[in-house]
Design a protein around this ligand. Sequence first.
Ligand code: PLP
Length: 627
Amino acid sequence: GFKRWGSGHFGAGADGFVNVQPLADGREIRIMDVVNESLGMGLKAPLVIRFQDLLRHRVTQLNECFRKAIKEEGYDGEYRGVFPIKVNQLREVVDEIVEAGKEFGYGLEAGSKPELMIALAMHEGTERLIICNGYKDHDYIRLALLGRKIGKKIIIVVEQLAEVDDIIAISEEVGVKPLIGFRAKLQTRGEGKWSSSTGDNAKFGLNTAEILFATEKLRAAKLTQCVKLVHFHIGSQVPNIITIKNAVVEATRFYCQLVKMGFPMGFLDCGGGLGIDYDGSRTNFESSMNYTMAEYARDVVANIRDICVASNVAVPDIITESGRAVVAPHSMLVVEVFERINKRETLGVQHQPKVKHKVVTDLELLLKNKAKLGKLERFHDAIQKKEESFSLFNLGYLDLENRAAAESLYWQVCEQIAKEIRDSGYVPEELQDLNALLADQYVCNFSVFQSLLDHWALKQLFPITPLHRLAEKPSVNAILVDITCDSDGKISTFIDLQDTKDHLPLHPLNNKPYYLGVFLTGAYQDIMGDLHNLFGRVNEVHVFLEPDEPNGFYIEEALAGSRVSDVIDGVQYQWEELCRKMKAQIDAATKKDLVKPREGVRLVEFYEEQMRSKTYLNIERTPKKKP
Ligand code: PLP
């Protein structure tokens, strides 16, 4: 599937390794080389790798798509895109985007006071835009006006009618004229997982009546000349281009009406929503998109122009707040599989009770006489017998040996049926989940809640592949489970390219490190991850192409993940205090002669050393013995 979701950046070589081409220009980096170099620096998986050149590439691509569309459509305005900081606030990410966006006048968008404080400081010069969205207290507005005072083009987008009074009062207090926009609550319904961002019940924006009230208030305050922008946002990851076209048309109508009412205007802000084709299907399914970035740019430009021309209104400069599309591809998560939970290994070996209960012999018959009954009938019979065996056990009529034998036989029947399904075309509905049920669980050293929150919260799909051994045929169907003590901490739905949506075809483990890459994780995941089970931030490396080597790279920055002491401090303990308490208890145990003094000292040292260790498992491999 690399060709489908990889946008020319990701692929596998004949040597079985996954490569990335950050600039899609033929220069490629073997991702395992980055993993190995990171290991050499003491940074084990879980590991986030950021390909900084890819980030730059996306900024350039977005701006060039709009420049091209504007040229081709003969559009009389400019593209004045802004990056919404909330999609990835990390300094290195924002730094790179600001730098890459210099030549395009690419600005920033803030959705909160802390984000505005970043935007104000990181934003260079006075030409690029800063768009202020979100709920605003007085200080947020004061900060925006501070920016105005020093000449920045900061536009405050009104999301709630009450903000208008605040803006009027505070601009008088500060003595500077604001630049103002309105966020319109469009009737065009969004589509996809984030569609509630618009419509009557959206928590943001002004309805038509509120926009009119707002204009009256501003007129009365003699701030008519400050109204510059109409904004809309119909939700992130809009899968269908038709939805985008409709929203652009509706918002442009608002724009033209405001111009005709005598407001100077000048900007139309189409918000975010430009998607990423996570599953590579190029469809209007939630994890995909049925359009390209170039098509998006053309449609935005052409629709605005058509409505403005028909309304006899000069076209505005176009803003988009595309976040996901700019940052998602640049980063990936590397996880190490270290364990396989496999029903077959233990349940496939049948326990032989000294005296077999009838339920066990019945199941044995079912397994032997597969030709007699159909798949579905055998499945039903096996379920019945398994449940019967559990009831018998609970009532005290079945011993442990017979229960173990019944469980093994049940799984063997299921496996037999699953094999037949794989070889036949039609699968009855009840049997469709059998493959998932029988799939192995590959235990990976990471936390879904820290690193892939949208998968847990919204069932968002990310492409996942092994980073090596791709020249070997994968022979194990597996789902992935993380190391949190939470049964939700798993990945059991995958992008569906060859009927593999409920499992991933993987390689058998061979007691050597086995690495998987989770791709396109650069948007939202970094900041939304939480500390469930106190698994903290993961290690991180920032990779650049080496200019003078054809396929070389260098790690410009390496950030060590959280230590146990960091996360413990984050929940209001003090690690030093915990160490003191532990030492006191070990000292007391020494006095009672439970431990020898020398051992006591070692135990204290070990406890303190663990405070400084990383929060994820420190994998040490022990040779396995067969059960
Ligand atoms: N602008 C606003 C107002 C948003 O709420 C969002 C996110 O939902 C964005 C921009 C970024 O959207 P996307 O990441 O889909 O480009």
